[in-house]
Design a protein around this ligand. Structure first.
Ligand code: GLA
Length: 396
């Protein structure tokens, strides 16, 4: 199994700084970094305006940069070994694709929001695996939003960076994600999970016990269905809400339905909308219970809620896969486990496991061997503690 302990590798900030110097012939003025994320519980809840409990992980996207006085943006990507450039005033959705659509989308969203934006030169590097469901895209968006904020000497709070990142992804890149990933990349705190209300955007940092580690296991399966099925689930939730709103006009999102209310409402929902509603309403309740279990040091209870979340995502929301189910089932029997579930959008990608720090190695070998027997390969794994959100440093 390839186990990545990110802190032992050359940091993305160092890689970005060296790349900047090579590409632009001078030292950068600043560097910034933003983390990937994993959601402990609260799957497919953010776009239903409920509460979620993600943590930022110790895998990140870093930028080394310096501001310009004009509106030209020149970006070198160390991962793609490619330089791209654009003028902020030329940007329109669809005008750029590939990795550069993310920085361009952020510049477009910021200047569209009336922010007086100046250009910059930047080198970008990262160790968030792309396409594994750890939100490298939100990390990239938030890192660029922070770089533009600095280069243009703007006064914007972190939460605004997150909203601009989401606007870039929704409107410029064209992916209909919720707000969870960007707020985590912007506002997370080390050693804490982030209890985020996706309607009000109020959040609170919930301490994680130091004896726990977060283990991310990657099925290694491409998630071809992911964006089409993700959008389909979003449409199903919208249809569910419009049917329920016809019965009760206080319902504006699934967030407005309590578990007690749901029972009698189910007869207004044909399958699979009844199952979708049951997942979302139950999952929001589980997030509240999980946050208080964490706060009261009831790790076993927290873990049970994670397993319950996985079952609900598998049976009612139908976003799991054979490999994800296999990994969660193996984890359930492995030494040191408290809880496991699929994380991110589903249909492949990763599981998140909360594991006793002392038993991480035993846990990994049990699951890895079991997965190899079932699927003929070992999963990649990332062992992480909760990392802080976006940060900026003067380079040099
Ligand atoms: C993806 C999206 C998030 C969220 C999750 C499911 O990761 O980017 O906004 O909807 O799926 O919880």
């Amino acid at each position: 199994m390839s186990t990545t302990e990110p802190t032992k590798q050359r940091s993305p900030v160092d890689v970005a700084r060296a790349a900047f110097q090579r590409e632009f012939g001078e030292r950068p003025s600043w560097s910034c970094r933003a983390p990937g994320r994993v959601n402990l519980i609260g799957g497919h809840v953010d776009y239903n305006e409920g509460v979620v409990l993600p943590v930022a992980v110790a895998l990140e996207i870093a930028l080394a940069f310096r501001g310009r006085t004009d509106r030209l943006v020149r970006v070198y990507s160390a991962d793609f070994d490619e330089t791209a450039e654009f003028k902020i005033e030329d940007l329109a959705p669809g005008s750029l694709t590939g990795w550069v659509a993310y920085p361009a989308g952020v510049a477009w969203a910021m200047s569209g929001a009336g922010v007086p934006l100046r250009g910059l030169e930047a080198a970008v590097a990262g160790n968030v695996p792309i396409g594994a469901g750890l939100s490298s895209s939100a990390a990239l968006e938030v890192a660029f939003a922070a770089a533009f904020r600095q280069a243009s000497e703007l006064d914007l709070p972190e939460l605004e960076l997150a909203k601009l990142g989401q606007a870039a992804e929704n409107q410029f890149v064209g992916v209909r994600c919720g707000i969870m990933d960007q707020v985590t990349a912007a506002c997370a705190e080390a050693e804490h999970a982030l209890l985020l209300d996706c309607r009000s955007l109020d959040y609170r940092h919930v301490p994680l016990p130091p004896a726990l580690r977060i283990v991310i296991l990657d099925t290694g399966v491409e998630r071809e269905l992911r964006s089409s099925e993700y959008n389909k689930r979003r449409r199903e939730c919208e249809e569910t809400v419009s049917r329920l709103a016809a019965v009760d006009d206080d319902i504006h999102a699934l967030r407005d339905v309590s578990p007690e209310q749901l029972g009698p409402l189910l007869r207004h929902l044909p399958p699979p909308l009844d199952r979708r509603a049951r997942h979302v309403v139950g999952e929001i309740e589980r997030v509240h219970l999980a946050a208080s279990a964490l706060e009261q040091g009831e790790t076993e209870r927290f873990g049970e809620l994670m397993f319950a979340s996985h079952r609900s995502l598998r049976d009612d929301y139908e976003v799991s896969s054979e490999e994800l189910d296999g990994l969660v089932e193996l984890a359930r029997r492995a030494p040191g486990i408290f809880g496991a579930r699929l994380t991110g959008a589903g249909f492949g990608g990763c599981t998140v496991n909360v594991v006793s720090a002392a038993l991480v190695e035993d846990f990994l070998s049990y699951v890895s061997e079991g997965y190899d027997k079932l699927f003929g390969r070992r999963p990649d794994s990332y062992v992480t503690d909760a990392a802080p959100g976006v940060s900026l440093d003067r380079a040099g």
